[in-house]
Design a protein around this ligand. Structure first.
Ligand code: ARG
Length: 467
């Protein structure tokens, strides 16, 4: 046994107190290197900043810091080149990097973990990772918004039915639809910005749970890592995963929005709707039905939302009632979080080219636009503007729609005498607001599908996307 490092029976950095070696099943069960290895660059950055601060306060000499920094950078390069060997005996990314450093630098490497615990270390690594992940998702959300905005001018002349209760409701401009998604993704971006503020907090210096008796300078560490604030309570640091849950929730919202869009376009691509075609490079076929061109990518974007929701649920349950402060349970936070990020990230990557490559079946859409009495509400409002109370106007238009339905014609094809039999005060000017095109043109309110309003919004969005 004496040939083990430091005479430790277990061969672990924490093994001094142990009198038995670790069961291999325990090593297998407790390891996290299989998934936390993706935090290697954050771990190196955190360690370099920590060591730099230790040198600032005189715990390390400038020379020791220099060796630690270059040793850590070298390890990072080896990991990136695939030359670094991982093994579950060393548990996690923190120990892999630290042990390798010590193997090379001896006692100097052994000083790195001064005034630090893996509890504040993992919290730091994860915060750095979340910060970077937020920035990456934000860029992709912007690309999806840009894909929608870039369609707006070309699709301006297309009128689509808007639905409520999956029933045809009112006519809207196609860009009004596109900008609807831009708004949703913009709220997602705002949420990410807000989440980033809380994630961007320094944990290092909290050590295991009570802080440290070594005279460290947390301001410096925060500055080196670009953290905007310093966590004020070491117990809180040790236990806090709010930032991870918040990010997981932000990802849920994005996935939900993507799933709504995917669902809509799946329907629009059916023969029944026949509103759109999707680029074939983003569709797949059937192994038995030769005619099929299926929207599988959209279906999977919709389907993968389930796991993003499930991951948030896992994190919520994981932290519920967990006693203060750090508990190993918290190691289970990473896989769901990474999975949610990977899933949403991939979905966004596919969404942008799908949006850009979609073609509208203009003729098919136009041919059926007068179905479903999309102009009924505009007609009602026309009556209101002529002094008829809303409830009365609603009733009148309801009767007119019923008559048109019985004759199987749109409202615009009801003869004047039929219209006047229901509402004698009406005259020929009524035909000026009937039909989908005129119903859209009649709109006025801010945020509506009025062409003037939509034009303004498109310009606003073009500017937003530019910046
Ligand atoms: N692998 C651990 C995690 O992900 C790192 C912290 C371990 N701390 C400890 N005291 N065992 O949470």
């Amino acid at each position: 046994m004496s040939n083990l490092p430091n005479g430790k029976i277990s061969g672990k950095v924490w093994g001094g107190v142990f009198t038995e070696t670790t069961d291999s099943r325990v090593e297998q069960f407790t390891e996290s290197i299989s998934f936390d290895r993706r935090l290697y660059s954050q771990d190196v950055s955190g360690s370099v900043a920590h060591a730099r601060m230790l040198a600032d306060v005189g715990v390390l000499t400038a020379e020791e810091f220099g060796k630690i920094e270059s040793g850590l950078r070298q390890i990072q390069q080896e990991i990136e080149r695939g030359e670094f060997e991982f093994n579950i005996k060393q548990e996690d990314i923190h120990l892999h990097i630290e042990n390798k450093l010590t193997e090379r630098l001896g006692d100097i490497g052994r000083k790195l973990h001064t005034a630090r615990s893996r509890n504040d270390q993992i919290s730091t690594d994860l915060r750095l990772w979340v910060r970077g992940a937020i920035d990456q998702i934000d860029v992709q959300l912007k690309a999806v918004q840009a894909a929608f905005v870039e369609r707006c001018d070309a699709d301006f002349d297309v009128i689509l039915p808007a639905y409520t209760h999956t029933q045809r409701a009112q006519p809207v401009l196609a860009p009004h639809y596109w900008l609807c998604y831009c708004e949703k993704f913009d709220r997602d971006r705002e949420r990410l910005t807000d989440c980033r503020k809380r994630a961007n907090t320094l944990s290092l210096g909290a050590a295991a749970v009570a802080g440290t008796s070594i005279n460290i300078d947390r301001e410096k560490t925060a500055k080196y890592l670009g953290f905007e604030r310093i966590a004020a309570n070491s117990i809180d640091v040790s236990s806090d995963r709010d930032f991870a849950l918040e990010f997981a929730f932000c990802l849920v919202e994005i996935a939900l929005h993507l799933s709504v869009w995917a669902e809509e376009w799946i329907w629009w691509k059916t023969s029944e709707f026949h509103f759109i075609e999707l680029p074939q490079a983003f569709c797949t076929g059937s192994s038995i039905m030769p005619q099929k061109i299926n929207p599988d990518v959209l279906e999977l974007i919709r389907g993968k939302t389930a796991r993003v929701i499930g991951n948030l649920q896992s994190l919520i349950v994981l932290t519920k009632g967990l006693p203060l402060a750090y508990n190993r349970d918290l190691q289970e936070d990473k896989e769901p979080l990474f999975d949610s990020f990977d899933t949403v990230e991939t979905s966004l990557t596919l969404a942008a080219p799908l949006i850009a490559g979609m073609t509208l079946n203009r003729k098919a859409i136009a041919a059926r636009l007068e179905e479903g009495y999309l102009d009924a509400t505009t007609l009602m409002e026309y009556l209101i503007k002529r002094g008829i109370p809303q409830r009365t106007a609603h009733g009148i238009v309801g009767r007119l729609v019923r008559m048109a339905m019985d004759k199987n014609v749109p409202l615009a094809q009801l003869p004047m005498d039929v219209i006047q039999s229901v509402e004698p005060s009406l005259d020929k000017s009524v035909y000026e607001i009937l039909g989908a095109l005129q119903a859209v043109a009649a709109m006025q309110s801010y945020g509506s599908t009025a062409p003037e309003q939509v034009r303004k919004q498109i310009e606003l969005w073009k500017n937003k996307i530019k910046n």
